[in-house]
Design a protein around this ligand. Sequence first.
Ligand SMILES: [Zn+2]
Length: 387
Amino acid sequence: MYILTAFKDSEKMFTITRDMTKDQLLFIRNTSKFTCPQCETPLRLKIGKVVTPHFAHIVLTNCLTSFSERESPTHLTGKQHLAEFFTRVGCTVSVEAYLPKISQRPDLLVKNKRNTFAIEFQCSVIPADDVEKRTAGYLKLKIPAIWLLRTPKNIQLISKGISLIKLPRFMQLFIENQSSSGDTIITYDPTTANFFYASHLIHISGSSFISKIRHLSMEQQTFPFAQVTTLSKDEIEGYWNLFLFKRLRFLKNRIRLSSMGVKDRFLKQCYENKLRPEDLPLFIGFPIQDSQVIQGHLAEWQLALFCSLGQHQLHIQDISDEWLDYFIMTQCKVTDLVKAISVMRRYCRILQMLDINVITSISANSVSESGLFELFEQLIVANRCEN
Ligand SMILES: [Zn+2]
């Protein structure tokens, strides 16, 4: 349990910052008494060689549960970095300020001229419910929460540019739709003092996304956080080529990787359409915003939907929410039914724009690659804040 802020001599709050030397801290430790700002029991100032200097309860109390994170040394360092950062950009910063009305203690409470923000630097995976509850708690006090995850090691190594990135489900909770950079996640890595941006996220399959990667040093960062500029022509081409490559590779490997034999619905549907997976037209396996709520590869649920519409002789304009609901319940695995329905609706709109006839066979529909490229471009470039 690591704490940075304590009551010093029962008078004022004292926060350990990185510019304090070991000698200063040793002196303070010998001359002052510290208590926990929350449970008021004594704290010990620990000055070790490995872990950042911090306070710890001398006697374990149940006060520990209200600290947002069972904190790690990385969390501690990150908090100090971020406190310095927010101070430098002109905010008033309170480290570990306790908010009694909601019994919550954000890592940092930062105030600029207009607003107060609760900053949570999250290093561990916690239940999605906890994230929601804490965010809702701050909102009760009209304090927006800014969650900043620690950059996972494997992601930190991705160099800048257009790249494939794997975002575990927990990280996906923190994807935000921003007007200039589409779906974006920003994380922070205390070991390199860099912010990591994955912007213009396009979901491909499972936890895989195509993304524009950027690293920004703490010195370069601003507040509100710097936004990623729009994509250049070359970058859009890069997205398109990476998408085509990944899609084709998935489809080519699909038969070899199947473990379900004749029960494999996707392969059965390809067979019924007299197509090898890799010969499926490009409108099967097309990226759709928020499709990460539907498990599996884009091509799998899109082919299932196409075949199901054909079987039921159902035109796209006649699809009801109830029908989609039933289709999803019986043929897909989803994490959020309401979102999954709107993802399917978005896909149906694309089929309509492409003039796809779902009542005939797949091969009877032909679509030009340039037409799909245009839709793809709209998906990543356009301001995607609508529904
Ligand atoms: Zn305490």
